[in-house]
Design a protein. Structure first.
Length: 145
């Protein structure tokens, strides 16, 4: 088997592991899609609309609403009316959502430190270059379709 094939299988295995299991022990509320949404909300200057979120997650408006409902019930996000256009509902992170997201980032960083602890700085740079190149390729191909 070629090294490219082995890497491809490992990437698929990693994606399945992350997708089907909770990312951190004891974390029974956040799915991969939830984390993607919290990351998006955390990085935005202006809070997105439900339509923006549906597009990000490549889902329907009702699908995005269901996810937001659950996160709102958990106290992680809140709905706010747009100040300029009251018909538009915007989604914002609550303080609890910010804290949960920050905790996720810390836990993820700790997991990576464990995995990378025996890697040389050069090896870490190679891993980073590979992941960056791979993500760019996937994003460029997905934006073409």
């Amino acid at each position: 088997m070629s090294i490219e094939r082995e890497i491809s299988e490992l990437i698929n295995q990693m994606a399945r592991a992350v997708q089907h299991k909770r990312l951190h022990p004891g974390d029974d509320t956040l799915t991969l899609a939830n984390i993607r949404l919290l990351t998006y909300l955390y990085s935005r200057v202006e809070p997105p609309s439900i339509n923006d979120i549906a597009q990000l997650l490549d889902t329907s408006l009702p699908g995005a609403s269901v996810m937001i409902d659950k996160l709102e019930l958990d106290g992680l996000v809140a709905r706010e009316r747009d100040k300029a256009d009251g018909r538009i509902v915007r989604i914002v992170l609550s303080q609890k959502g910010i804290d949960k997201f920050s905790s996720h980032v810390e836990q993820s960083t700790e997991m990576l430190k464990i995995v990378l602890q025996d890697f040389s700085e050069r090896d870490k740079e190679v891993v980073m270059r590979f992941i960056t190149s791979y993500v760019r390729l996937v994003e460029s191909r997905s934006s073409c379709h």
